[in-house]
Design a protein around this ligand. Structure first.
Ligand code: SF4
Length: 703
């Protein structure tokens, strides 16, 4: 007979993929998400991209972990298991939560009490909630006893944040990307929003349709170039040469905003003499942009009544990332393009909660709200709030932690929702370092490449299964709500962290994320006037919020910067060559990044049916002329080799790539881009240069 269909229920939440932070409605029937619709959130106004609309069936994928796993006694950790899920799985057996948590905790305690807290480290997640990020860093700082806690912000915008903190005293955006609606000029550099922030890209196109001028700057062409008035195709790695040449024109011709600079910015004379040597004519050979175009764009940018500067990882993922961001910030500051409608600085954040996780203190040198661990006042305040003595010494960063693990100095790790065995540079080294750990606890949805090297694997909750808040690229804190039940024996991430903390001797009693949010609000003045209840009512509140009933401030720093004296600081940046320049053996430049359909290491999107069908396999992209020179047709397999590794996959012709450049997305295990990338770090932001290294490309021999 017929059974009446269960009614569809719509649960208001947020998209768990990128930092745009689109509000979604999960339409649920019989405990399953049937459909996802865009809700009228401040960052999306009903819009969604393909990931937000179709990227959710990974929840019920057969690979989903629903029971804790422990490594079988004597089963060796082999980095090759990262590529062979069946072989990796055979080295684990199912366990009860009691056994798995007991093992997880005892291994960490043994190392802490034997080798000392400095032998432990934790990687939290920018894909979890603010409450999870906050508790994770509190667990590492108070339970492990070390500041060795970091997350993927290190791999995306650490250099941008370092330069922003140094220049204007705050690492967050000064204006939302939606402020492009009031911009006269949009300067977009090192970013590909149509692929990586797709809904933000639609607001940019709307602004252009309304009459705003778009300037794009990137070594690779992109879809938004079609909407641009000026396209600056500069040479890879020469960001500072281009930006300093623009600064040269503006300062030599006195086009800067002299009143703004006099009132609010220090260091103009030092910058002026620094950029005197960077005339466009002197830089054109280096940066590859004609001098007259540099002059034209610089004059237009300076004359604009309101310019909004947006940037992505083309700026930040470089061994000169902090210098790139310094030059960009200087450009906006000398022209007064900060703190007024339609103007500002906006690093487009990668993951859905990388802003919130950073704010919550998931950073080795920063406590919540970016107070340095060794700042005596902040240190004392956190010790008082947490009731535990804290180590003031800054901890190690993501790449440094794995280097220390490779040397046997870090012996135990807790990794929640991150996948360094895919996301770190020089994967052969990173995987060997993870395999060398005495004790690795991984909390995740799937047996990821990282979990394949674990001692204990804890089955966790997916975003549509949990309540919690996240903070998007626009500084907007948004409420996520559980829409569907947890599968099998999986547990809420928050309750796993609390359970582990209790087993490490911490007297934690948090039973609901709202209790954690209340403590965060005490630790973080940025959250003043924002409460769990307010978010439950309003869904989204931007910080800073001046009163419990007043909307948050979208544009900040209209009168002063959050520095000790209220003034911004110009920091001159020098040009330097890429860390690894092409040569006779490795004549190409390899660049890496994301693809529209796939999210980061692919753990979720490659298990989402529609997304996997759209982009099922790794491809390496080259300019059509380069493919012809290699004697291969699009679709033929090619081999890409660097000093660190080799991958083979199908080729794709991409006319937007300049000659001599090759692009590989990093989501694909079978052709992992990060086997190839260079682990050298920016000295200030400690970020690796994922955007450039030297490579050799050749037709793959067919077997
Ligand atoms: Fe989700 Fe980003 Fe797409 Fe919006 S633009 S639907 S937040 S992935």
């Amino acid at each position: 007979g017929h059974r009446a269909a269960a009614p569809v229920r719509e649960v208001a939440s947020v998209c768990p993929y990128c930092g745009v932070g689109c509000q979604v409605g999960f339409r649920v029937r019989d405990g399953r998400i049937e459909e996802v619709v865009g809700r009228d959130g401040p960052a999306n106004q009903g819009r969604l991209c393909v990931k937000g609309r179709f990227g959710f069936d990974y929840l019920a994928h057969p690979d989903r972990l629903t029971t804790p796993l422990v490594r079988i006694d004597g089963a060796a950790k082999d980095p090759a298991d990262c590529l062979d899920p069946a072989r990796a799985r055979a080295k684990f057996r199912e366990a009860t939560w009691e056994e798995a948590m007991g093992r997880a905790a005892s291994g960490l305690l043994r190392i802490r009490d034997g080798a000392g807290p400095g032998a432990l480290a934790g990687f939290g997640s920018a894909k979890g909630s603010n409450e999870e990020a906050y508790l994770f860093q509190k667990l590492v700082r108070t339970g492990f006893g070390t500041n060795n806690v970091d997350h993927c912000t290190r791999l995306c915008h650490a250099s941008s944040v370092a330069a922003l903190l140094e220049g204007i005293g705050s690492g967050a955006v000064t204006a939302p990307f939606t402020a492009v609606k009031d911009a006269d000029l949009i300067f977009l550099i090192g970013a590909r929003p149509t692929e990586n922030h797709p809904v933000a890209a639609t607001f940019l196109k709307d602004a252009v349709a309304r009459g705003a001028m778009l300037v794009t700057a990137d070594p690779r062409g992109s879809a938004l170039d079609r909407c641009a008035t000026e396209v600056l195709r500069f040479a890879p790695g020469q960001d500072v040469a281009l930006l300093n040449a623009m600064l040269h024109v503006i300062l030599a011709e006195n086009l800067h905003d002299a009143a703004f600079v006099a009132g609010r910015v220090d260091g103009i004379e030092r910058l002026r003499s620094h950029v005197a040597a960077y005339a466009p004519e002197a830089m054109e050979a280096r940066c590859g942009v004609p001098a007259d175009q540099i002059r034209r764009v610089a004059r237009r940018y300076a004359a604009s009544p309101a310019a909004l500067t947006l940037w992505g990882m083309g700026i930040s993922q470089s061994v000169h990332g902090t210098d790139n961001a310094r030059a960009l910030i200087a450009l906006a500051l000398v022209c007064g393009h900060v703190g007024k409608p339609g103007a500002g600085l906006h690093p487009l954040r990668g993951q859905n909660n990388v802003q919130g996780a950073s704010d919550a203190g998931l950073i080795p040198m920063m406590l919540p709200d970016y107070h340095r661990t060794d700042d005596p006042a902040a240190h004392a305040a956190m010790e008082a709030l947490w009731g535990v003595a804290l180590d003031p010494r800054p901890g190690l960063t993501v790449v440094e932690i794995l280097e220390a693990a490779g040397r046997g100095e870090i012996r135990g790790m807790f990794i929640m929702g991150e996948n360094p065995a895919m996301s770190d540079p020089d994967l052969a080294h990173a995987r060997a370092a993870l395999a060398r750990l005495d004790h690795l606890v991984v909390q995740d949805l799937f047996l990821t490449e990282t979990a394949a090297l674990a001692d204990v694997v804890l089955p966790a909750s997916a975003w549509p299964e949990k309540d919690g808040t996240v903070t998007n690229s626009n500084r907007t804190v948004q409420m996520g709500r559980a829409a569907v039940p947890l599968p099998g024996g999986a547990r809420q991430d928050l309750s796993i962290i609390v359970d582990l903390a209790r087993r490490l001797g911490l007297p934690w009693t948090y039973a609901h994320p709202r209790e954690v949010f209340a403590e965060m609000a005490q630790a973080m003045p940025s959250l003043a006037n924002i409460t769990w209840e307010r978010l439950a009512r309003q869904n989204a509140v931007t910080y800073p919020s001046p009163a419990p009933d007043a909307p948050g401030r979208e544009i900040v720093f209209a009168d002063r910067f959050p520095t000790p004296d209220g003034r911004a600081r110009l920091v001159p940046a020098g040009v330097s060559d890429p860390a690894e320049a092409p040569d006779a053996d490795y004549p190409f430049m390899l660049t890496t990044g994301r693809a529209l359909e796939h999210w980061h290491t692919g753990a979720m999107t490659r298990r989402a049916g529609v997304l996997d069908a759209l982009e099922p396999a790794a491809t390496v992209s080259l300019a059509p002329a380069e493919l012809r020179r290699l004697g291969v047709a699009p679709g033929d397999r090619v081999r890409v080799t660097t000093r660190r590794g080799m991958v083979e996959c199908a080729s794709r012709a991409d006319p937007a790539l300049p000659d001599g450049m090759v692009f590989l997305p990093f989501a694909f295990r079978e052709a992992a881009a990060n086997l190839l990338t260079d682990p050298r770090l920016d000295p200030i932001g400690h970020i690796p240069g994922f955007k450039l290294c030297a490579a050799r490309v050749e037709a793959a021999r067919t077997r």
